[in-house]
Design a protein around this ligand. Sequence first.
Ligand code: C2O
Ligand code: CU
Ligand code: CU
Length: 400
Amino acid sequence: VRTGQKVRIRFQNNLQETSNIHWHGLYVPDYADGHPRFVAQPGEEYVYEFEVINRAGTYWYHPHPHQRTGAQVNAGMAGLFIVEDEIEDALDLPSGDFDVPLVLQDRRFDEDNQLLYVNNMHDQTMGFRGNRILVNGKLDQTIPVATRPYRLRLLNGSNSRIYILAWDDESPMKVIGTDGGLIERTVITRYITFGPAERAELWVDFSDYEVGTKVSLVDLGEGQPITIATFSVDEVSDVRMTLPNRLRGIDSIDPQQAVNIDNPRSFEFSMGRTPVINNLTYQIDGVDDNEIVRLGDTEIWEFINNVNSGGMMPMPHPVHMHGHQFQIIERTVDPDFAQQWAGIINGYLDYGWKDTVLLMPGETVRVVVRFDHYEGIFVYHCHMLEHEDLGMMRNYQVKL
Ligand code: C2O
Ligand code: CU
Ligand code: CU
């Protein structure tokens, strides 16, 4: 779709349970956002109508019924929602066959190749991990490419897995976009740290390779590199393009404009008896005093991954906010963890417009957000879907 277009989506629930659809990253009114209080009962229909006001970018959608998001996404309900606009058109990036979406999802298969989902508390509290990694729903993806530049759009659509992605030949990764579309300038990095729900857009020029070569995207997160997708350079192309120096301006929000600059709102994600935010669990109608903001205000929100709350093992929490995208202004790591996260820190996708930020144990992240779209009740939550379903989610309300 293109920015400025109006869309109407008819969602027919043919499941035996409630469901709905959330448009991850898009600015939409709360009744169209897939909030858990707006679900379609089995057999019912729900019509989503909104205008696409986001800038060009790789957004996505998935169900959001309370306590069933993980199971429904695992069963296959998720997809991309790509937005294009004129500013991006003018950059003439690789398009059509050369603009390749790659949705990464791990899944667990039993001996009969049937999908399995969580069946115990351990899977829930630790987050579900599959035994195979699928790309666009398929195993062992080999993608034929030509000797020319490509734009790759990656989504980590996994329920809980974090990837450390790199090229297997150690070529630098050229990141041109994140959650909310293109960033100002290309970031060159050896690997990217890719948390659940994050997007990364890469520029890759296969004219650096001979025909007949294969180069793979691998996950370094498990010790031994695991192949995610293999690009097989099969065809000669003489199309040459240069990566623009400046990609696209970011309307950067000045933290000094935040109404709470001296006293940011703070949200602590911790593993108590269940995963909680500021010791609270999800209540479908619950909005705490600390969860009411004014339409039009700019605020600083601080997310803390507290590991001192006892009980359970320290866990990462990819923190996601509905309704508004934010910009990351600061990330700090507790010195006790600095060593442990040394192989992760340089790959964070902390630039551009973001809706999800990975928060490792011992980390604190500050973001600046302008609540300038719609009033209403939205959620923010951990995007490890098993944590979300256990209640690591809260409402916040934007009021006039
Ligand atoms: Cu991907 Cu609450 O969303
Ligand atoms: Cu979302
Ligand atoms: Cu979590």
